[in-house]
Ligand binder design. Structure first.
Ligand code: MG
Length: 351
């Protein structure tokens, strides 16, 4: 029996994100998002990662911390053996996609720093082709939504608005009195009747909406396929497409998918999802949770692979503990920094 020490040191710190606005979706409402910050150290290099866990998705800070601290990294001598290492992390327990993403991000950050390069360069991507990000407006009373849209007008090239509440059309009309910025719509499974859903999509199409995300419950494959066949706008799967294997069910049911690091277990699988979706003729959006500039920085490394981008998560947070990419001309693009391109504002992992 061997008792050799692990070449890796892993530290985890629970952190609660305070949101600038109450965030209300079709089926939930909150003012904070729990996250778990991760530092992975070896050979004097520190890689950072994050597990952002909106409560309705079921992961917890305690569960993610238990998952990560129970990983046995002693057998992984070669830090570049990422395929085997990340496969072992995935097999360690079912589920826990955000916890797995935290490790994946920290490992990618460590490797990029070891090589002295940001990941968009290691992947051969041109960050100048990063699509502009949308800014998310939750479900609000119409006058509040109008004020938010007016305050952000000119800073963003599209707004993503959450529908599936009682005042959908009034909210869209109120926003349209403040701005002609293109809109995207996310219903978070909130519409139940497909004929009524089609009428809403047709109404939205006449008001400068680019696409509709998850209009109906993800289990309603027949209704979603019918809606996709009849819809004048692209219909995207978010809740209905979590990981790579879910892509089998997408063609014919949706026009495209929303990829998020926290669903896809990190950069490795998210990149494969974006490339596979494109090969299947599906459109793609790279999205996020409310999360820190750590996870947003990681996502920006893949952003040139996506048709649309929604990486405003850190902009919705009042107490971001990382410095990363900033909004410029409506775009949140990867930085020059090695790895994922984010740094903590203080020593979060001291003590
Ligand atoms: Mg969504």
């Amino acid at each position: 029996m061997t008792h050799r020490p692990s070449p890796w040191q892993l530290a985890v710190v629970p952190y609660t994100l305070e949101l600038r606005q109450r965030f209300t979706l079709a089926n939930s409402s909150r003012t904070t998002t729990p996250t778990l910050l991760v530092a992975l150290r070896r050979d004097g290099i520190c890689g950072y990662g994050e597990a952002a866990m909106p409560p309705y998705l079921g992961e917890t800070q305690a569960g993610a911390a238990a998952f990560l601290t129970s990983l046995d990294l002693r057998s992984f001598d070669d830090p570049f053996a990422t395929a085997a290492l990340l496969a072992a992390v995935d097999r360690h327990a079912p589920g826990q996609p955000a916890a797995k993403a935290a490790f994946d991000l920290a490992l990618h950050d460590w490797l990029g720093k070891r090589l002295g390069q940001p990941w968009h360069r290691l992947l051969g991507l041109d960050r100048a082709t990063t699509p502009p990000t949308s800014y998310t407006i939750g479900i609000h009373p119409p006058d509040v939504a109008r004020e938010l849209a007016a305050a952000m007008h000119g800073r963003f090239r599209s707004f993503k608005i959450k529908l599936g509440g009682p005042t959908d059309r009034a909210m869209v009309e109120a926003i349209r009195t403040a701005t002609d910025t293109p809109l995207r719509v996310d219903v978070n499974q909130g519409w139940i009747d497909r004929e009524a859903a089609l009428r809403e999509v047709e109404w939205l199409a006449a008001r400068g909406v680019q696409f509709v995300e998850q209009p109906m419950p993800k289990e309603r494959l027949d209704d979603l396929a019918w809606l996709t066949r009849h819809s004048p706008l692209p219909i995207l799967a978010d809740e209905g497409c979590q990981r790579l294997a879910d892509l089998r069910r997408i063609p014919g049911v949706y026009h495209g998918i929303v990829v998020k690091l926290m669903k896809a277990t990190g950069l490795r699988e998210a990149r494969t999802m974006l490339e596979t979706a494109r090969a299947l003729g599906l459109s793609t959006m790279l999205g996020c949770m409310t999360e820190t500039s750590c996870a947003i920085a990681a996502a920006t490394q893949l952003a040139p692979l996506a048709d649309w981008v929604d990486l405003d998560g850190a902009l919705l947070v009042a107490n971001d503990p990382f410095v990363g990419p900033v909004l410029q001309d409506g775009v949140v693009a990867a930085t020059d920094g090695p790895g994922i391109g984010a740094a903590p504002v203080a020593d979060l992992f001291a003590g």
